[in-house]
Design a protein around this ligand. Structure first.
Ligand SMILES: Cc1ncc(C[n+]2csc(CCOP(=O)(O)OP(=O)(O)O)c2C)c(N)n1
Ligand SMILES: [Mg+2]
Length: 337
C-alpha cells in the first residue's frame, strides 16, 4: 500500500468530531512526541553502546500506539508490542523505566533480565510484550475472558504486526474472542514490512481488516498516521466491547520508518517509499491539526517541547545512575518456586 492509497482510508476531520477536547488532543500529542524523542535519544544511546540488547523503535507508529491506548480507561488491560512505546507511556510507564529497561537495570519490571519494551505492571494493567509473534493475542483474549467471567467489565486490547497475522495464534485467539463475544480489541499494525518481508509476500487478501468478516466481528481499516482517525476507531471498538457486544479488529496502515531494529539498515526498503511516508509523519500531522484548530500558541508548543526534553534528560540521568542487578539474582524470578 502506498501513502496515497492510505489517504483514502477513513480519516476524521477534527478533534471535536470524535469527542476529543483540547486537553485530550494536547495529551495525545504530548505522548506521541515523548515517544518519538525517547526513540531518537535511544538511537543515539544505542550507537554509543550504552544500551544492552537490540533497540526496536516505533518511529512512524506513534499515532497508532498512543491514540489506540488513549481510547481505553483506567482498569482496562493492555498488552503493547515492540512498536508501542507510545501505548506504554499513555498507561503510565515512565521514561526512566524505559531507559532503565533498555540498559538492563535492576529497578525495572524485568529486573534487568529482559531489555527492549518488555515492561509490564500489574497495578497499571499492562502486560509485558511476548517475543513470540502472535502469542499476545490468546493471552489478552484470556484477560478479556476473565473480565466477562467476573463481570468486571474491563476491556482488553492488544496489538499484532502484519507479519504476525500469519501465525496460528492470530486465528485461534481471534476466533475464540469472537465466538465468546469477549470485550477484546485487536489492533493490527500494518507497517508494510515484517523484518525484510513486504506485505505482498505476507498476505493475499486486499485488506487485513477484511479478515474480521470471517470471524463474524467488525473490522475497520484506518490511516495509522492519523491520530484522530485511530482514536475514533479505537473508541468505537472499546465502547462496543464495554457494552457487551464483543470483539473488534482495527487495521492501522502505517510505515516502519526505520529498520526492523537498529542493527538493520533496511536496504531492502525502497527509499521512495520512505520519502512518500515521511510526508505523512504522524507527529507533523498532529502539529498541523493543533495549529489549524487554534488549540496551541507558539509559546505553548515550545513550552511542551522543553518539558519533554527536560523530562528525557532527567529520566536518562536517573536510569544511568540506577544499579545493575546483583549477579546472585541471575537465577531468581526465572522459574516458579
Ligand atoms: C514466532 C516468531 N517467529 C519469528 C520471530 C522473529 N521476529 C521478531 S519480530 C519479526 C517481524 C515481525 O513483523 P510484524 O509482525 O510485521 O511486526 P513489525 O516488527 O513489523 O512491527 C520476526 C520475524 C518471532 N519473534 N516469533
Ligand atoms: Mg510489520
Amino acid at each position: 500500500m502506498t501513502p496515497s492509497d492510505s489517504v483514502l482510508l477513513s480519516s476524521a476531520r477534527s478533534f471535536v468530531d470524535v469527542g476529543l477536547t483540547r486537553d485530550d488532543a494536547l495529551k495525545i500529542y504530548y505522548y506521541m512526541r515523548l515517544a518519538r524523542e525517547i526513540d531518537n535519544r535511544s538511537i543515539a544511546l544505542y550507537r554509543q553502546g550504552r544500551l544492552s540488547g537490540a533497540l526496536y523503535t516505533g518511529v512512524g507508529n506513534e499515532a497508532t500506539a498512543v491514540a489506540s491506548a488513549y481510547a481505553l480507561e483506567d482498569g482496562d488491560a493492555i498488552c503493547p508490542m515492540h512498536r508501542d512505546l507510545g501505548a506504554q507511556l499513555v498507561r503510565g510507564t515512565s521514561p526512566q523505566e524505559v531507559f532503565a529497561n533498555y540498559m538492563g537495570k535492576a529497578d525495572t519490571s524485568s529486573r534487568g533480565k529482559d531489555s527492549s519494551l518488555h515492561i509490564g505492571s500489574v497495578e497499571r494493567r499492562v502486560f509485558s510484550l511476548i517475543s513470540h509473534l502472535g502469542s499476545m493475542i490468546p493471552l489478552t483474549v484470556g484477560a478479556a475472558l476473565a473480565s466477562q467471567l467476573t463481570d468486571r467489565n474491563y476491556v482488553a486490547m492488544t496489538y499484532v504486526g502484519d507479519g504476525a497475522t500469519s501465525i496460528g495464534d492470530f486465528h485461534e485467539g481471534l476466533n475464540f474472542a469472537a465466538v465468546r463475544r469477549l470485550p477484546f480489541v485487536l489492533i493490527i499494525e500494518n507497517n508494510q514490512y515484517a523484518y525484510s518481508t513486504p506485505t505482498s509476500l505476507q498476505f493475499a487478501c486486499e485488506k487485513l481488516s477484511s479478515r474480521a468478516k470471517g470471524y463474524g466481528i467488525p473490522g475497520e481499516q484506518v490511516d495509522g498516521t492519523d491520530a484522530v482517525a485511530v482514536y475514533a476507531a479505537a473508541r468505537r471498538a472499546v465502547q462496543r466491547a464495554r457494552a457487551g457486544e464483543g470483539a473488534s479488529l482495527i487495521e492501522t496502515v502505517t510505515m516502519r520508518m526505520r529498520g526492523h531494529s537498529e542493527h538493520d539498515k533496511a536496504e531492502y526498503v525502497p527509499p521512495e517509499l520512505l520519502e512518500a511516508w515521511a510526508k505523512k509523519d504522524p507527529i507533523h500531522r498532529m502539529e498541523t491539526l493543533l495549529t489549524e484548530t487554534g488549540w496551541w500558541s507558539g509559546e505553548e508548543r515550545t513550552a511542551m517541547e522543553n518539558r519533554i526534553f527536560q523530562e528525557i534528560d532527567e529520566a536518562l540521568v536517573a536510569a544511568e545512575n540506577s544499579p545493575m542487578p546483583a549477579p546472585e539474582k541471575a537465577l531468581t524470578d526465572v522459574y516458579a518456586d
